[in-house]
Design a protein around this ligand. Sequence first.
Ligand code: ADP
Ligand code: MG
Length: 274
Amino acid sequence: MTQMNGTHAGAAAPAFEVKDLHVAVDGREILRGVDLVVCPGEVHALMGRNGSGKSTLAYAVTGHPRYQVTQGQVLLNGRDVLAMKPDERAKAGLFLAFQNPIAVPGVGTGNFLRAAVKAVHGGEAINALQFRKELMAHMQHLKMDQAFATRALNEGFSGGEKKLAEMLQLAMLKPRMAILDEPDSGLDIDAVRTVSEGINTVHAQQADMGVLLITHYQRILNYVRPDKVHVMSKGQIVESGGPELVLELEQEGYDPILARHGVVGAEEVTADGR
Ligand code: ADP
Ligand code: MG
């Protein structure tokens, strides 16, 4: 691998790189040395049981104040993400979709997206007419009702609609790197398929976008085919491989893989103690 100094990353620079990342929450170490390299255009799946630290990685990368990076690096196209303010991360091309999207009462989805595109790409990047045209085209792709654009963001949205709204945001923002935390969580199989098609459509339109798809279940990976698969346990990636890992997980669950790494028995603890 070529050396990068963070200022002039060449075309060969990974889209996203995590190096020996340690993260603590309330003084307790949750991530204990995570390494990950996503090249442009690659889709990586990050899998693991509940409580293994998957969302912690997403929160730490986005700069959530509760998630304290105690060691390690995160690079976006060779640039130091952790040195950037949260809004700078988005401008640099990082997109994060969280497990539980928040509602934005009183703000129409279309207006929210317009503001988001302006904030990330600048006001001149796209005019109102272009924006509307593009928005409608993406909504059609995602099989979303046109009325969606005028409804307040995530307010009274079903689980599936919230996830679709995030895919719409992804399509409009065109990031270099998208981290999607359980875009399948709480969805029925039809909604999983629609969300997957959304991810695939955006990826087809933007072939050099890197994707880190975080999921507990293999189901979504039948529709969004990963190039690489990682299994996380107790704050570390314990195994990485190709799509065959998904098959193994589908057939045997997490137990055999985790047992190979000395993790046996109970589910890992989650934030609310379940
Ligand atoms: P996953 O997304 O894989 O289910 P998380 O990253 O949510 O796992 O959680 C990993 C560990 O970090 C759990 O033990 C959880 O209790 C702890 N943790 C994560 N976020 C918080 C938080 N905000 N407050 C307290 N503990 C947390
Ligand atoms: Mg999670």
